[in-house]
Design a protein around this ligand. Structure first.
Ligand SMILES: *[C@@H]1O[C@H](CO)[C@@H](O)[C@H](O)[C@H]1NC(C)=O
Ligand SMILES: *[C@@H]1O[C@H](CO)[C@@H](O)[C@H](O)[C@H]1NC(C)=O
Length: 272
Protein backbone atom coordinates (compact mmCIF):
# COMPACT_ATOMS: atom_id res chain seq x y z
CA UNK A 1 0.00 0.00 0.00
CA UNK A 2 2.93 2.27 0.59
CA UNK A 3 3.95 2.11 -3.01
CA UNK A 4 2.71 5.25 -4.58
CA UNK A 5 0.31 4.70 -7.33
CA UNK A 6 0.74 5.92 -10.83
CA UNK A 7 -2.24 7.95 -11.66
CA UNK A 8 -3.23 10.04 -14.57
CA UNK A 9 -4.20 13.40 -13.35
CA UNK A 10 -7.10 14.82 -15.22
CA UNK A 11 -8.04 18.41 -15.41
CA UNK A 12 -5.03 19.95 -13.76
CA UNK A 13 -5.38 22.89 -16.01
CA UNK A 14 -3.65 24.15 -19.07
CA UNK A 15 -0.10 23.77 -17.80
CA UNK A 16 1.88 20.74 -16.74
CA UNK A 17 1.77 19.80 -13.09
CA UNK A 18 4.63 17.80 -11.66
CA UNK A 19 3.78 14.79 -9.55
CA UNK A 20 5.75 12.44 -7.32
CA UNK A 21 4.64 8.84 -7.51
CA UNK A 22 7.43 7.00 -5.75
CA UNK A 23 9.66 7.75 -2.86
CA UNK A 24 13.41 7.87 -3.26
CA UNK A 25 15.58 5.33 -1.54
CA UNK A 26 17.53 7.02 1.25
CA UNK A 27 20.78 6.06 -0.48
CA UNK A 28 19.93 8.49 -3.30
CA UNK A 29 20.51 11.44 -1.01
CA UNK A 30 24.13 12.52 -1.03
CA UNK A 31 24.22 15.37 1.48
CA UNK A 32 23.43 15.39 5.18
CA UNK A 33 20.76 18.10 4.90
CA UNK A 34 19.09 16.51 1.91
CA UNK A 35 19.04 13.20 3.79
CA UNK A 36 17.85 14.42 7.18
CA UNK A 37 15.03 16.42 5.54
CA UNK A 38 13.28 13.13 4.72
CA UNK A 39 11.28 11.61 7.57
CA UNK A 40 12.54 8.06 7.30
CA UNK A 41 16.16 8.73 6.35
CA UNK A 42 19.12 9.55 8.59
CA UNK A 43 22.68 10.59 7.88
CA UNK A 44 25.50 8.53 9.36
CA UNK A 45 28.51 8.10 7.11
CA UNK A 46 26.01 8.20 4.23
CA UNK A 47 22.26 8.43 3.98
CA UNK A 48 20.44 5.33 5.25
CA UNK A 49 16.98 4.25 6.25
CA UNK A 50 16.07 5.35 9.75
CA UNK A 51 15.22 2.66 12.31
CA UNK A 52 11.48 2.56 13.09
CA UNK A 53 12.15 3.32 16.76
CA UNK A 54 13.64 6.69 15.73
CA UNK A 55 10.78 7.66 13.42
CA UNK A 56 8.24 10.26 14.54
CA UNK A 57 4.90 8.79 15.59
CA UNK A 58 3.26 11.42 13.35
CA UNK A 59 4.39 9.49 10.28
CA UNK A 60 5.21 6.01 11.64
CA UNK A 61 1.92 4.39 10.60
CA UNK A 62 2.13 5.83 7.07
CA UNK A 63 5.42 4.03 6.39
CA UNK A 64 4.60 0.46 5.48
CA UNK A 65 7.57 -1.04 7.29
CA UNK A 66 6.93 0.64 10.66
CA UNK A 67 3.89 0.55 12.95
CA UNK A 68 2.93 2.24 16.21
CA UNK A 69 2.46 -0.56 18.73
CA UNK A 70 -0.18 -0.72 21.43
CA UNK A 71 2.07 1.22 23.83
CA UNK A 72 2.42 4.04 21.33
CA UNK A 73 5.98 3.22 20.24
CA UNK A 74 7.04 3.12 16.57
CA UNK A 75 8.49 -0.32 15.84
CA UNK A 76 9.27 -2.63 12.90
CA UNK A 77 5.86 -3.86 11.69
CA UNK A 78 4.84 -7.14 13.28
CA UNK A 79 1.91 -9.53 12.80
CA UNK A 80 -1.54 -7.92 12.47
CA UNK A 81 -2.75 -9.60 15.66
CA UNK A 82 -0.15 -7.60 17.63
CA UNK A 83 -2.03 -4.37 16.99
CA UNK A 84 -5.25 -2.59 17.81
CA UNK A 85 -6.70 0.52 16.17
CA UNK A 86 -9.24 3.19 17.06
CA UNK A 87 -11.54 2.28 14.13
CA UNK A 88 -11.90 -0.97 12.15
CA UNK A 89 -10.73 0.62 8.87
CA UNK A 90 -7.56 1.83 10.61
CA UNK A 91 -6.37 -1.77 11.01
CA UNK A 92 -6.05 -1.62 7.22
CA UNK A 93 -4.82 1.92 6.76
CA UNK A 94 -2.48 2.34 9.71
CA UNK A 95 -1.48 -1.16 10.69
CA UNK A 96 -0.51 -2.35 7.26
CA UNK A 97 -2.96 -4.42 5.26
CA UNK A 98 -4.74 -5.87 8.31
CA UNK A 99 -8.46 -6.01 9.10
CA UNK A 100 -10.34 -5.62 12.36
CA UNK A 101 -10.81 -9.07 13.89
CA UNK A 102 -14.32 -8.05 14.89
CA UNK A 103 -16.55 -5.02 14.54
CA UNK A 104 -17.10 -5.14 18.30
CA UNK A 105 -14.54 -3.13 20.29
CA UNK A 106 -12.18 -4.92 22.68
CA UNK A 107 -11.84 -4.20 26.42
CA UNK A 108 -9.74 -1.08 25.62
CA UNK A 109 -12.51 0.32 23.44
CA UNK A 110 -10.27 -0.32 20.39
CA UNK A 111 -10.45 -2.84 17.55
CA UNK A 112 -8.08 -5.77 17.62
CA UNK A 113 -6.48 -6.28 14.21
CA UNK A 114 -5.93 -9.57 12.42
CA UNK A 115 -4.97 -10.83 9.00
CA UNK A 116 -7.89 -11.10 6.63
CA UNK A 117 -9.10 -13.60 4.10
CA UNK A 118 -9.21 -11.82 0.77
CA UNK A 119 -12.58 -11.71 -0.94
CA UNK A 120 -12.77 -11.93 -4.71
CA UNK A 121 -15.87 -9.85 -5.31
CA UNK A 122 -17.42 -7.28 -2.98
CA UNK A 123 -20.70 -7.24 -4.89
CA UNK A 124 -21.53 -10.77 -3.72
CA UNK A 125 -21.43 -9.70 -0.05
CA UNK A 126 -24.65 -8.83 1.78
CA UNK A 127 -25.15 -5.26 2.97
CA UNK A 128 -24.64 -6.27 6.60
CA UNK A 129 -21.44 -8.24 5.91
CA UNK A 130 -19.81 -5.77 3.51
CA UNK A 131 -17.50 -3.38 5.34
CA UNK A 132 -14.25 -4.65 6.87
CA UNK A 133 -13.63 -6.96 3.92
CA UNK A 134 -10.62 -6.61 1.68
CA UNK A 135 -9.61 -7.75 -1.77
CA UNK A 136 -5.97 -6.72 -1.50
CA UNK A 137 -3.90 -3.93 -0.03
CA UNK A 138 -5.31 -1.75 -2.80
CA UNK A 139 -9.01 -2.46 -2.56
CA UNK A 140 -11.54 -2.82 0.19
CA UNK A 141 -15.28 -3.55 0.29
CA UNK A 142 -17.56 -0.88 1.68
CA UNK A 143 -21.17 0.04 1.52
CA UNK A 144 -21.89 2.41 -1.35
CA UNK A 145 -23.97 5.13 0.26
CA UNK A 146 -25.81 6.01 -2.94
CA UNK A 147 -27.00 2.47 -3.67
CA UNK A 148 -26.71 0.71 -0.28
CA UNK A 149 -24.85 -2.06 -2.13
CA UNK A 150 -21.45 -3.51 -1.38
CA UNK A 151 -18.81 -2.08 -3.76
CA UNK A 152 -15.06 -2.16 -4.24
CA UNK A 153 -13.13 1.00 -3.30
CA UNK A 154 -9.48 1.92 -3.75
CA UNK A 155 -7.17 2.85 -0.86
CA UNK A 156 -5.02 4.79 -3.32
CA UNK A 157 -7.24 7.59 -4.47
CA UNK A 158 -9.65 9.93 -2.73
CA UNK A 159 -12.17 10.41 -5.52
CA UNK A 160 -15.19 8.20 -4.93
CA UNK A 161 -14.03 7.01 -1.48
CA UNK A 162 -16.82 6.50 1.08
CA UNK A 163 -17.30 9.64 3.17
CA UNK A 164 -17.16 7.77 6.47
CA UNK A 165 -13.56 6.67 5.78
CA UNK A 166 -12.55 9.67 3.65
CA UNK A 167 -10.55 11.42 6.39
CA UNK A 168 -9.01 8.10 7.49
CA UNK A 169 -7.61 7.69 3.98
CA UNK A 170 -5.94 11.09 4.32
CA UNK A 171 -8.42 12.79 2.01
CA UNK A 172 -10.44 16.00 2.20
CA UNK A 173 -13.83 15.24 3.77
CA UNK A 174 -14.89 18.87 4.09
CA UNK A 175 -17.38 18.83 1.22
CA UNK A 176 -20.22 16.55 0.19
CA UNK A 177 -17.92 14.11 -1.67
CA UNK A 178 -14.51 12.74 -0.74
CA UNK A 179 -11.68 14.41 -2.64
CA UNK A 180 -7.93 14.87 -2.56
CA UNK A 181 -6.36 17.90 -0.99
CA UNK A 182 -5.13 20.26 -3.69
CA UNK A 183 -2.31 22.79 -3.72
CA UNK A 184 -4.88 25.57 -3.52
CA UNK A 185 -6.04 24.25 -0.13
CA UNK A 186 -2.73 25.37 1.42
CA UNK A 187 -2.86 28.91 2.74
CA UNK A 188 0.77 29.45 3.74
CA UNK A 189 4.09 29.19 1.92
CA UNK A 190 5.40 26.72 4.52
CA UNK A 191 2.58 24.25 3.81
CA UNK A 192 2.73 24.75 0.04
CA UNK A 193 4.91 21.74 -0.87
CA UNK A 194 2.95 18.67 -1.98
CA UNK A 195 -0.75 17.78 -2.19
CA UNK A 196 -1.39 14.08 -1.54
CA UNK A 197 -4.13 12.02 -3.15
CA UNK A 198 -4.70 10.36 0.21
CA UNK A 199 -1.99 8.65 2.25
CA UNK A 200 -1.24 6.10 -0.45
CA UNK A 201 -1.87 8.00 -3.66
CA UNK A 202 0.34 10.19 -5.79
CA UNK A 203 1.49 13.64 -4.87
CA UNK A 204 1.14 16.84 -6.84
CA UNK A 205 4.00 19.27 -6.35
CA UNK A 206 2.94 22.77 -5.34
CA UNK A 207 4.41 26.23 -5.75
CA UNK A 208 3.79 29.39 -3.78
CA UNK A 209 3.00 32.49 -5.79
CA UNK A 210 4.47 35.39 -3.84
CA UNK A 211 2.52 37.97 -5.82
CA UNK A 212 -0.91 36.56 -5.17
CA UNK A 213 0.02 34.75 -1.91
CA UNK A 214 -1.61 31.60 -3.25
CA UNK A 215 -0.49 28.01 -3.52
CA UNK A 216 -0.86 26.40 -6.95
CA UNK A 217 0.49 23.51 -8.98
CA UNK A 218 4.14 23.44 -9.91
CA UNK A 219 5.45 22.93 -13.43
CA UNK A 220 9.20 22.91 -12.72
CA UNK A 221 11.62 22.48 -9.82
CA UNK A 222 14.39 24.74 -11.11
CA UNK A 223 14.23 26.95 -8.01
CA UNK A 224 14.97 24.00 -5.70
CA UNK A 225 18.45 23.56 -4.25
CA UNK A 226 20.17 20.52 -2.80
CA UNK A 227 18.90 21.60 0.62
CA UNK A 228 15.27 22.05 -0.43
CA UNK A 229 14.81 19.41 -3.17
CA UNK A 230 14.02 16.33 -1.06
CA UNK A 231 12.24 18.36 1.60
CA UNK A 232 9.80 20.14 -0.69
CA UNK A 233 8.98 16.98 -2.64
CA UNK A 234 8.41 14.86 0.46
CA UNK A 235 11.34 12.66 -0.49
CA UNK A 236 10.19 12.02 -4.06
CA UNK A 237 13.01 13.93 -5.78
CA UNK A 238 16.74 14.02 -5.11
CA UNK A 239 19.70 16.14 -6.05
CA UNK A 240 21.71 14.82 -8.99
CA UNK A 241 24.13 16.64 -11.30
CA UNK A 242 23.15 20.03 -9.90
CA UNK A 243 19.44 19.50 -10.45
CA UNK A 244 16.42 18.32 -8.48
CA UNK A 245 15.20 15.19 -10.27
CA UNK A 246 12.47 12.62 -9.80
CA UNK A 247 13.39 9.27 -8.34
CA UNK A 248 12.53 6.21 -10.35
CA UNK A 249 10.81 2.98 -9.54
CA UNK A 250 13.11 0.33 -8.20
CA UNK A 251 11.10 -2.88 -8.25
CA UNK A 252 14.05 -5.03 -7.30
CA UNK A 253 14.19 -3.55 -3.83
CA UNK A 254 10.52 -4.16 -3.33
CA UNK A 255 10.02 -7.78 -4.08
CA UNK A 256 9.93 -8.92 -0.46
CA UNK A 257 7.27 -6.53 0.73
CA UNK A 258 3.99 -5.18 -0.52
CA UNK A 259 4.66 -1.83 1.01
CA UNK A 260 7.46 -0.12 -0.41
CA UNK A 261 9.20 2.79 0.74
CA UNK A 262 12.04 1.62 -1.37
CA UNK A 263 10.51 2.54 -4.64
CA UNK A 264 11.47 5.40 -6.65
CA UNK A 265 10.10 7.08 -9.64
CA UNK A 266 8.28 10.08 -10.50
CA UNK A 267 6.28 10.77 -13.52
CA UNK A 268 5.97 14.00 -15.27
CA UNK A 269 2.35 14.26 -16.16
CA UNK A 270 1.54 16.88 -18.66
CA UNK A 271 -2.07 17.46 -19.35
CA UNK A 272 -3.21 19.94 -21.87
C1 LIG B 1 6.05 -1.42 22.11
O1 LIG B 1 7.43 -1.32 21.80
C2 LIG B 1 8.25 -1.05 22.92
C3 LIG B 1 9.67 -0.86 22.38
O2 LIG B 1 10.06 -1.97 21.64
C4 LIG B 1 8.15 -2.19 23.91
O3 LIG B 1 8.94 -1.91 25.05
C5 LIG B 1 6.69 -2.37 24.32
O4 LIG B 1 6.57 -3.52 25.14
C6 LIG B 1 5.84 -2.55 23.08
N1 LIG B 1 4.45 -2.61 23.48
C7 LIG B 1 3.62 -3.56 23.08
C8 LIG B 1 2.23 -3.52 23.60
O5 LIG B 1 3.97 -4.46 22.30
C1 LIG C 1 -21.52 3.85 -6.00
O1 LIG C 1 -22.77 3.97 -6.66
C2 LIG C 1 -22.81 4.99 -7.64
C3 LIG C 1 -24.25 5.10 -8.14
O2 LIG C 1 -24.66 3.90 -8.76
C4 LIG C 1 -21.83 4.65 -8.76
O3 LIG C 1 -21.83 5.66 -9.74
C5 LIG C 1 -20.44 4.51 -8.16
O4 LIG C 1 -19.52 4.11 -9.17
C6 LIG C 1 -20.46 3.48 -7.04
N1 LIG C 1 -19.11 3.43 -6.44
C7 LIG C 1 -18.31 2.35 -6.54
C8 LIG C 1 -16.95 2.46 -5.90
O5 LIG C 1 -18.62 1.34 -7.11
Amino acid sequence: MQKLFFITILAVGTFGALTADFWCDCTEFTSQTECNNVVDCVWGTACAKKACKDISTDVCDTLGTCTINNSGVCEDSKACSTYEAAKPILCMIQKGNCAAASLTPNANGKYTCSTYTAVADCSTLPTTGCSNNFISEEYFCWLNASTNKCDKFSTETCIGAPMDVCADLGCDASGTACKAFTCSSFTSEALCTVANDGIFGSQILCKWDKTTSKCGERSDVTDYTQDTCSKNTDGGYYWSNDACVACEDDESEDSSSPYLLASLAVFLTIIQ
